[in-house]
Design a protein around this ligand. Structure first.
Ligand code: SF4
Ligand code: SF4
Length: 340
């Protein structure tokens, strides 16, 4: 694996150069928020930022996407796909928790039996450049409790680690190696590994939020009907903020919009927190209250995903904790479950 050093103050210029050559998504300041956006001339990519408000999963799994068009003809229905939209792209500045979310989403969208061509086309054409968290930014970060870490490389094609006056650039995959020309610099040797290990150990120590996320699966296995589920949902507003900001949530709905003989089939994000999500045409709703919906959210992340893919569907980014309008805290829920 190739490793190099680049000067710290050269990074912004390099990213902007990449954006002149092709499509680059990067974190940028947008009002009070940091959001991933297409980098256009005049925009400054952020390198020293905590984390974005939106999770970058939407570049592979957009809020809304056309799956196909259809037209009624004299010979019957004619269909055409929309896959041509996927373009070569660079996703720059992804924090390790969010990069790990791509690994978790791959498990679902890129299975041997079920392959989602829309997601896979974008994933294959996008090179992910991660920025290690040298000082984990929030008290709500808990990546180390869910198999991640502030300097982890999972999900990244290139990992950048801030060493003070320079960045260590690690080219982790063939896709990452294709961008080597944009990161010209001195070769890094074994001394870089030792320096990075020290930084990683320090960064992990700075994460103070630790929860027993890996321990609760056997408890969830046998407590579907436990009275505990009556205790967490009362103040939930069913707003869906937690799921829409979550880098690993991936529920969607498919609908057709038709005018005359022409129509489009759309896939839109949906949320297990919404009452309509499971409402059946008969009027029956198998998850009639927020109790069943919250149970589903916890079960999906900490039991069903482990059953199906041997992985917890949470990367510990803390967004749901920070932005829930009524302060429901998934860390407390996990901790309480561990005591059942
Ligand atoms: S459940 Fe919350 S902390 Fe975990 S990945 Fe989703 S938004 Fe982040
Ligand atoms: S963000 Fe909070 S209030 Fe909104 S659906 Fe999630 S848990 Fe409920």
């Amino acid at each position: 694996m190739e490793k190099r050093y680049i000067k710290k103050d050269s990074l912004n210029g390099r990213v902007k150069k990449m954006a002149e050559a092709g499509l680059v998504y990067a974190p940028v300041k947008d009002g009070d928020n940091v959001l991933f956006q297409v980098l256009t001339p005049g925009m400054e990519p952020l390198t020293a930022y905590a984390n974005s408000k939106n999770a970058p999963k939407n570049f592979f799994f957009p809020h809304t996407e056309k799956l196909m068009k259809y037209t009624r003809t004299e010979k019957g229905m004619a269909f055409s796909g929309e896959l041509a939209e996927a373009r070569e792209a660079v996703l720059f500045g992804v924090r390790p928790c969010d990069a790990r979310s791509f690994v978790l989403l791959d498990m679902l969208f890129d299975q041997e039996k079920y392959r989602d061509p829309y997601y896979i086309a974008r994933r294959e054409k996008t090179t992910v450049i991660s920025l290690a968290c040298i000082h984990p930014p929030y008290t709500t970060c808990f990546c180390t409790s869910v198999a991640g870490g502030p300097t982890d490389a999972a999900g990244a094609d290139i990992l950048l680690t801030d060493l003070g006056d320079r960045y260590l650039v690690e080219f982790l995959t063939p896709k990452g190696e294709k961008l080597e020309a944009h990161f010209s610099g001195d070769k890094a040797g074994d001394e870089a590994d030792a320096r990075k290990q020290a930084i990683a150990a320090q960064a992990e120590q700075e994460i103070t939020s630790r929860i027993p996320a890996k321990e609760i699966k056997p408890i969830l296995d046998v407590n579907f009907e436990h009275p505990f589920w009556n205790t967490i949902h009362q103040k939930c507003l069913a707003c869906g903020t937690c799921t829409y900001l979550c880098p690993t949530c991936h529920c969607f709905d498919i609908s057709d919009e038709q005018k005359g003989d022409d129509g489009i089939r759309l896939r839109n994000w949906d949320s297990c927190m919404f009452p309509l999500f499971t409402l059946e045409t008969s009027g029956h709703n198998p998850r009639p209250t927020q109790k069943e919906r919250w149970r589903q959210r916890a079960m999906h992340k900490f039991k069903y995903y482990v059953d199906n893919f041997n992985a917890i569907a949470c990367v510990g980014c803390g967004r749901c904790v920070m932005y829930c309008p009524v302060n429901i805290d998934i860390r407390k829920i996990v901790t309480d479950i561990s005591k059942l």
